[in-house]
Design a protein around this ligand. Structure first.
Ligand code: ATP
Ligand code: MG
Length: 359
């Protein structure tokens, strides 16, 4: 994939407030890229800087190797679907979509066919004459998308496009958006604060905190090898145990509270390991409750169930293990014949040193 958007040393101040801090970022043509981070971390600001609605205070924004410094938003190959997408309720669906073409100089017939094409892209073929207020939330969202797609931008900037939808509709639209992006081949930059949405949809994700990019990786690397505790905590859930690094090199030797001594390869310390105290991260689904007679394939420890949260498909247990200061959360898939343990039950748990992340 070729590089399409390059941000180099981008800073953005609102008055004294430093909203973007030295952002260096390359987005490739045809990529589904997400900006993920907590509220106020600068996601919308970064999108607006790419679209040209905000100037930068320092650094450069290049699109297709052209410096965008003096290029206004309507002359950039980008189009944005806003966080609070505004469709006009008093217009028809078709008029809403055609709104994007008002300055295009196309004749009526060409406009009409462009509208129909954009509507069919988002699965709303034949809805052109419908009043926009007579649509569901998900359909309205698709009208906003069609309005942005009709200009055939190289880059579509999507600012939390699904956040107003309920869970079912959101999941449906996630799949539709992925399909749409593959079909049209446009570069998508999606802003979201929903980590699951970012994991499901993206080729790569930039995790932002307080105006900075904390980590940029593909979903699996982000999840399996977070480079800091804050990334690990923002994406999914992670248990942290106190431990010590007693040897470094290609193999790291760890002494983990309650779990004892184990060796892991150096890649399991994404930021490198130094001798002395370390935090040991373990995801809930990489631990397991051992039900009667089951044996751990690697290591096991005795535990007492402290809390049980039943989700239908999953049960989340908090368990206490001797010498581990905090309860550990374990995610277990519910299966036929597998009981749900009660609080206070004595059990054993399995752990696997291959799932450890050293911080
Ligand atoms: N026009 C502005 N003037 C001053 N401060 C602003 C302006 N726009 C945004 N900010 C501040 O910059 C920071 C980043 O805002 P931004 O809208 O980019 O956050 P965000 O990551 O999109 O958050 P959310 O998830 O809540 O939409 C916030 O602290 C915000 O208050
Ligand atoms: Mg925002």
């Amino acid at each position: 994939m070729t590089d399409l958007i390059k941000l180099r040393g981008v800073d953005k101040y609102y008055g004294d407030y430093h909203a973007l801090r030295d952002i260096n970022l390359t987005i490739r043509a045809g990529e589904f890229f997400s900006l993920l981070g907590p509220s106020g971390c600068g996601k919308t600001t970064l999108l607006r800087v790419i679209a040209g609605f905000e100037g930068v205070s320092g650094g450069t924004v290049m699109i297709s190797d052209k410096d965008m410094a003096d290029v206004p938003p309507n002359q950039r190959p980008t189009n944005m679907v806003f966080q609070s997408y505004a469709i006009f309720p008093h217009l028809s669906v078709g008029e809403n979509v055609a709104f994007g073409l008002r300055k295009s100089g196309l004749n009526k017939a060409d406009k009409a066919s462009a509208v129909e094409e954009a509507l069919s892209m988002v699965g709303l073929a034949g809805y052109g004459k419908r009043a926009a207020h007579a649509l569901s939330g998900g359909q309205r969202q698709r009208v906003a998308l069609a309005r942005a797609l009709i200009l055939k931008p190289k880059v579509l900037l999507l600012d939390e496009p699904l956040s107003a939808l309920d869970k079912k509709m959101r999941e449906h639209m996630q799949v539709e958006l992925i399909r749409l992006q593959r079909a049209v081949g446009i570069t998508f930059i999606l802003v979201t604060h929903d980590q699951e949405e970012a994991l499901v949809m993206s080729d790569r994700i930039a995790v932002m905190f307080a105006g900075e990019i904390g980590q940029l990786d593909d979903p699996e690397t982000l999840y399996r090898r977070p480079n800091s505790r804050r990334v690990a905590e923002f994406i999914g859930k992670m248990n942290f145990l106190p431990g010590r690094v007693t040897a470094t090199g290609d193999t790291i030797t760890l002494d983990i509270a309650g779990f004892g001594v184990t060796d892991v390869p150096a890649v399991q310390a994404p930021e490198g390991a130094t001798l002395g105290e370390a935090a040991i991260g373990i995801r809930p689904e990489t631990l397991a409750i051992l039900f009667d007679g089951e044996k751990a394939s690697r290591h096991e420890a005795a535990a007492v169930v402290d809390e049980v949260v039943y989700y239908g498909d999953m049960t989340y247990y908090d368990v206490r293990v001797n010498n581990v200061p905090e309860p550990l959360t374990i995610a277990m898939k519910n299966m036929i014949g597998r009981p749900v343990l009660d609080v206070g039950a004595q059990t054993r748990i399995a752990w696997d040193e291959r799932a450890i992340v050293v911080f």
